[in-house]
Ligand binder design. Structure first.
Ligand SMILES: Nc1ncnc2c1ncn2[C@@H]1O[C@H](COP(=O)(O)OP(=O)(O)OP(=O)(O)O)[C@@H](O)[C@H]1O
Ligand SMILES: [Mg+2]
Length: 391
């Protein structure tokens, strides 16, 4: 199977001793929508620019649709790039903005001149093909009525669509987008998310989408590559990153409100304890180290079962989120706020007040265990209490 994009061992530093990308490997299927996420400065834009050919890597290879492009010029790569700033030409109409990439690639220098060009052989035919291509993408993005306007006469979302149309007009097989929605207001951003997902389905091209917004990545992507300090911590589907994070930092990056982390210890027998109490039913094959037990806010309960890890806590704050509540509770003797997500229905007939005492609990089955190096640990879960087999 041909890959839409293949990256092998990409390294980059702008200053010696300060690597920005460290051995990036990534295999993206044709037609896949992949997001690169990670905090500011982790190397997302640099990686995208290397894929586009706007920046050279110090080492490694890039292949697009099975063709090595590592040393090719950007325009020879059949890619389209959409940036955060749409970079439209302000003096040109929308139609001329969209047509520019085709004019640059299909008409040679002389034929592009306004007066002399009119005499160039075949020019009229090429122009009419270009005009048709412009109208076609304008229809796809529903901006045909705007073709005669200048960028200053458009809303933010319309400008964004013009920038997309200009990227689409050359029918690239790979779209590279660097935070294309971050200049839009919150409501329009949500709307454009849906439009981009629809567009991806319609054109069937490979999309690589950079964002630092994990919600954007979770809602739009087939797979997400989560980056930190120039390396990929995990590459997987949104649900893999959410329910089986490979690393504590992935667990903390994905999900709002963010996952709860409790200090834990593993003894020489592989028994896990959390805040001084054994976590019943959980053992690991690894031994003696400090660890972290991480539990999603929706997995914390306000009533305990026999096998649960249980804390006494004080309710510090209640946030209303429509159909659900986020509670912030402080476990006794700990300077930490535990985030708990509960549905409004679950709280019916059980009024809560800030300052009141709570029992908070979770079961081993809902907890993720990470070792001292932040790596996810395999655990065995058994139903507690363990019953001995009678002879
Ligand atoms: N041309 C350059 N010269 C020197 N350093 C650079 C250059 N471009 C990027 N860097 C550095 O490389 C690192 C990664 O930058 P990059 O722009 O790839 O981050 P990013 O993940 O896109 O961040 P953001 O989310 O803020 O856009 C940063 O520390 C940045 O300062
Ligand atoms: Mg960036």
């Amino acid at each position: 199977m041909t890959l839409g994009l293949e990256l092998r061992g990409l390294d980059k530093s702008f200053e010696p001793e300060n690597p920005v990308l460290r051995g990036i490997d990534l295999s993206i299927r044709r037609g896949e929508f992949v997001s690169l996420v990670g905090s500011s400065g982790c190397g997302k834009s640099t990686l995208l620019r290397i894929i586009a050919g706007l920046e050279q890597a110090d080492g490694g290879r890039v292949a697009i649709d099975g063709r090595e492009v590592t040393y090719l010029e950007p325009k020879a790569r059949r890619i389209a790039m959409v940036f955060q700033s749409y970079a439209l030409y302000p003096h040109m109409t929308v139609a001329a903005n969209i047509a520019t990439p085709l004019i640059m690639s299909r008409l040679h220098f002389l034929a592009r001149l306004p007066l002399l060009g009119a005499l160039a052989p075949g020019r009229r035919q090429v122009r009419s093909t270009i005009d048709r291509a412009v109208e076609e993408v304008a229809d796809q993005l529903e901006i045909r009525p705007l073709l005669g306007r200048k960028p200053a006469q458009l809303s933010g979302g319309q400008r964004q669509r013009v920038a997309l149309a200009r990227a689409m007009v050359r029918q690239p097989s790979l779209f590279l987008m660097d935070e294309p929605l971050s200049n839009l207001d919150a409501k329009l951003r949500v709307h454009m998310r849906g439009e981009l997902t629809d567009l991806h389905r319609r054109v069937g091209a490979t999309f690589v989408y950079v964002t630092h917004d994990q919600v954007e990545a979770m809602t739009m992507s087939d797979r997400i590559a989560l980056m930190e300090r120039g390396a990929i911590l995990q590459f997987g589907t949104p649900s893999e990153l959410y329910s089986a994070p490979a690393n504590l930092r992935v667990a903390q990056f994905i999900g709002t409100p963010s996952i709860n982390c409790f200090p834990a210890e593993i003894d020489s027998a592989g028994t896990v304890s959390c805040l001084g109490r054994p976590v019943s039913g959980m053992v690991t094959s690894e031994t003696r180290q400090r660890a972290s037990l991480a539990v999603r806010p929706e997995s914390i309960r306000l009533s305990a079962r026999s096998e649960d890890v249980v804390f006494g806590a004080t309710l510090r704050r209640i946030e209303h989120h429509g159909s659900e509540y986020i509670l912030f509770a402080e476990p006794q003797g700990r300077d930490q706020l535990v985030r708990i997500r509960v549905s409004g229905a679950a709280l019916e007939g059980q009024p809560l007040a800030e300052g009141q005492a709570l029992t908070i609990a979770f079961s081993a089955a809902d907890a993720h265990l990470f070792g001292s190096d932040d790596r996810r640990m395999d655990v065995s879960l058994f139903d507690a209490p363990v019953r001995l087999q009678s002879a």
